[in-house]
Write a protein that binds this ligand. Structure first.
Ligand code: ITT
Length: 202
């Protein structure tokens, strides 16, 4: 299937950049929404939430729409942070954190506190991508990258939990890597690669 133009159903600029960097070399024009929609992520899976976002933006902007729902799962407290990754700091479970100086740093602070005495630091990032084409039609894919959670944050690149996640086979965090390196192995890149392969066969 030839896909010329795609709307990205996201308001996370760092996530959008990663998706853009992947799609542009494929000759796909990326369109950003002119306004943010408040989509309630009420699903219990990444797939459900990605679908909710893609469908809501498609209804509003009437373009093939790509949504990403993603998160980090720490083995010793699975399925958390999971589908709650973006607002983990504000959940009652394990105690709340103040979103100071940012939501990302509050999420990291809470996860490091909860994992403090845990021997098992293994974790995985998961991304589910939905490309919604309208009329109930669409395709989806999932990408995973395994790794472990550090004791302290390292690096300033990337976003979210990147400063505390070391992917398998590396000894630096995602936040210490160049984006070009993260793009080779990340959960999001893996999901996008699968989706691009699927598009070729449709
Ligand atoms: P949109 O829903 O608008 O796309 P969001 O940031 O709220 O933006 P999600 O609901 O999918 O996105 O939440 C994903 C959260 O998981 C995100 O805010 C990060 O905290 C974390 N996350 C996902 N992918 C990540 C990555 O590549 N690096 C670091 N953290 C990531």
């Amino acid at each position: 299937m030839e896909l010329n133009k795609v709307l990205i159903a996201s308001s996370n600029s760092k996530k959008i950049r990663e998706i853009e960097e992947f799609l542009k070399p494929l000759g796909i024009e990326v369109v950003l929404p002119s306004r943010k929609l408040e989509v309630e992520e009420t699903g219990t899976t990444f797939l459900e939430n990605a679908y909710l976002k893609a469908k809501a933006y498609h209804e509003e902007f009437c373009l093939p729409t790509l949504a990403d729902d993603s998160g980090l799962i720490a083995d010793s407290i699975a399925p958390y942070p999971g589908v709650y990754s973006a607002r983990f700091y504000s959940l009652e479970v394990f105690g709340k954190e103040e979103p100071i100086p940012s939501e990302d740093s509050a999420n990291i602070k809470k996860l490091l506190r909860v994992l403090k005495d845990k021997e098992n630091r293994n974790a995985r990032f998961v991304a589910c991508i939905v490309l919604y084409l309208g009329d109930g039609k669409g395709i989806f894919s999932e990408g995973v990258v395994k790794g472990y959670i550090t004791d302290t944050p390292r690096g300033h690149k990337g976003f979210g939990y990147d400063p505390i996640f070391v992917p398998e086979g590396f000894n630096v965090t995602f936040a210490q890597m160049e984006l070009s390196q993260k793009q080779k192995i990340s959960h999001r890149a893996r999901a996008l690669k699968k989706l691009a392969e699927m598009l070729k066969t449709l």
